[in-house]
Structure formats: C-alpha cells, structure tokens
Design a protein around this ligand. Structure first.
Ligand SMILES: NC(=O)c1ccc[n+]([C@@H]2O[C@H](COP(=O)([O-])OP(=O)(O)OC[C@H]3O[C@@H](n4cnc5c(N)ncnc54)[C@H](OP(=O)(O)O)[C@@H]3O)[C@@H](O)[C@H]2O)c1
Length: 288
C-alpha cells in the first residue's frame, strides 16, 4: 500500500513518515524542495511539487492508494487543500486522512480554522473514505518559545488564558495518522487529539518556573497588547489577525479536553497520550 504524505517535512509529517514505515507502508513524500541526501530512508519516494500546482499533485498521486493531507497555515491554505483533495479524488485514492483542528466546527472566525471546516465538508461529501484528525495546540510549538525562556527572558509568552488548552504531543498525532492509514475501522471517524492535562497561561508559567528553578511570569492575555507586540515583531498582519481570532476562540469556546476524548485517544493509540510534563523535561534535557 502506497501513501502520499503532504507536509512530510513539518512538525507532524516528520514523525509520521517513520511511523508509516514501521507499519510496513510504502511512503512517498510531497515537498517543494529536494530533501538533503540521507534525510529519508532509501525506500521513501520523493515527489517534488507544490499544492498550488495541480499538475505536480496529479503526478505525485500516480500509483498512490491513500493520502495524508496537511496544509500549512497560509493565505492560500483553502486553495492548497482543495487542490490536494480534488486531485486525490480524480486519482481515485481509497482513503484520505485529513489533518484538521480541534473544535473545527465551532471556530468559524479564525481563517485557518474556518478553512479546516470547509475542507472537512468537501472531503466528507465526496464519498471518499476519510478520517479527520482534530488536534488541540501542539506542545512542540512551544519549542520556539522554550529556548528564549531557558535563555533567561523570564516570560511565558503564549496567551493561553486562565482556562487553558489540552496541548497534544505531535508524536501522538503522527501515530494516530499512521494508525488511521494502515489499519481498518477508521473510515468516517473524527478523532480529537488532545493531551492528558489542561495547560493554562499562569499554570505553564508556574510549571516552567519550578522546572527551571527561576522566576517566570505569564505574559497575560490582553489581546490588544499581544497584537501590538506581534506586529512589532514583523509577524505578517494576516497571520496576527488569524492567531488572535484563534486565541480568542480558545477563551470563548474552551479548549480543554473531555475525559471521553482522552479515553478515546488512549484506545486509538494503545497508550495514554504523552504528557506535557514529559515533553518539557525532554526539551530541557536536549537543550542542556
Ligand atoms: N501548531 C499547532 O498548535 C496546531 C494545532 C492544531 C492544528 N494545526 C494545524 O497543523 C498544520 C501545520 O502542521 P505542521 O505544524 O506539522 O506543519 P509545518 O511544520 O508548519 O510544515 C508545513 C508543511 O507544509 C508543507 N507545505 C507548505 N506549503 C506547501 C505547498 N504550497 N505545497 C506543498 N507543501 C507545502 C511544507 O513542506 P515543504 O516546505 O517541504 O514543501 C511543510 O512540510 C496547519 O494546518 C495547522 O492549522 C496546528
């Protein structure tokens, strides 16, 4: 069985490729640039292309049975997703596992989240067997901010709010994706991918303070202040708009997992979802 993996070089995809190989799948990755020599085992096929270029997607899909579809957050995310899905439909793939987002059905004013709902709708109405993966916030996103915290900023800058979110380890996302693509019984399923504990802004500041044995303050969640800071750091304005709407959605919708979701994920993975505590300790050990 041959599986085309989009987003293979990113956070989730880089863990998904070895998970698929471990389960005996033939893997073809789709990427915009040739990977460095030795970046992948030699049995991994590489298709160079761009999700904005339908012909390159059609060519990558030749002889492929199943598709893992992941789209980067960008102003053209919906176009990229619909081209990936549409060309897979034309190619007659037997299954699509689509990387969506937690609570995609309720987060309608954040562009990258609204995009996920539109793509879920297109895929679920196509007749192609599918699995939707709806991850909560990635723990690994914090790697970009843990480093400055460790280096001495003394600030926990993610505006997670007081109620918090159930961050998930991307290794669990990759495992869930591999299971959905290589085992029977996941057609038509939507899985919420969540961590076992709720991580709040003040809670994470206190957690890091204890772990690193130094004072770490929470930066707060005044979103006007956050937006001004993000724009001053030259983040693209469209991205700041999108991420602000996402954080505000966290506060209004609630992003804490239910015990049912944790139990269902535990059953899917065959083990408890990885904990934030273990993730943080590993990150610190790697950086020291
Ligand atoms: N971060 C979070 O907390 C979080 C939570 C829930 C859901 N999500 C969702 O997760 C997705 C991002 O996943 P990720 O973090 O694993 O990805 P990532 O690390 O941001 O990497 C993006 C991937 O997309 C590929 N890509 C970008 N533009 C492309 C194009 N035009 N054509 C083909 N490939 C393209 C890149 O491949 P090349 O550069 O090799 O071409 C790369 O592999 C987003 O949809 C986001 O909304 C994120």
């Amino acid at each position: 069985m041959k599986i085309l993996v989009t987003g293979a070089t990113g956070n989730v995809g880089s863990f998904l490729v070895p998970e698929l190989i471990k389960r005996g799948a033939q893997v073809r990755i789709f990427t915009r640039k040739q990977p460095a020599d030795g970046a992948y085992p030699k049995e991994v096929e590489v298709a160079i292309g761009d999700l904005l270029d339908p012909a390159s997607v059609a060519s990558a899909l030749k002889g492929v049975d199943k598709l893992f579809l992941l789209n980067a957050v960008s102003p053209s995310e919906l176009m990229e997703g619909l081209i990936g899905f549409g060309m897979a439909q034309r190619a007659g793939v037997k299954h699509i596992t689509y990387l969506s987002v937690y609570k995609a059905d309720t987060m309608r004013n954040s562009p990258h989240m609204a995009t996920k709902l539109a793509l879920e709708s297109a895929i679920s109405h196509s007749g192609i067997p599918f699995t939707f993966l709806r991850p909560n916030g990635y723990m690994q996103t914090e790697l970009q901010i843990i480093q400055p915290v460790i280096a001495g900023m003394g600030l926990y800058p993610l505006p997670l709010g007081e109620d918090g979110i159930s961050m998930v380890d991307v290794r669990d996302i990759a495992e869930a994706a591999a299971i959905s693509l290589t085992e029977e019984g996941h057609e038509g399923q939507t899985y919420d991918l969540v961590g076992p504990t709720v991580r709040s802004g003040p809670g994470n500041a206190a957690f890091w303070s204890k772990l690193l044995d130094k004072p770490i303050q929470y930066g707060g969640h005044d979103m006007d202040r956050w937006e001004a800071m993000a724009l001053s750091q030259q983040m693209p304005a469209w991205y700041v708009f999108d991420v602000r709407a996402m954080f505000e959605g966290f506060y209004s919708q609630g992003f804490a997992a239910t015990s049912f979701q944790i139990a269902r994920l535990t059953k899917l993975l065959g083990h408890a979802p990885r904990s934030y505590e273990d993730f943080a300790k590993e990150a610190v050990a790697r950086s020291s």
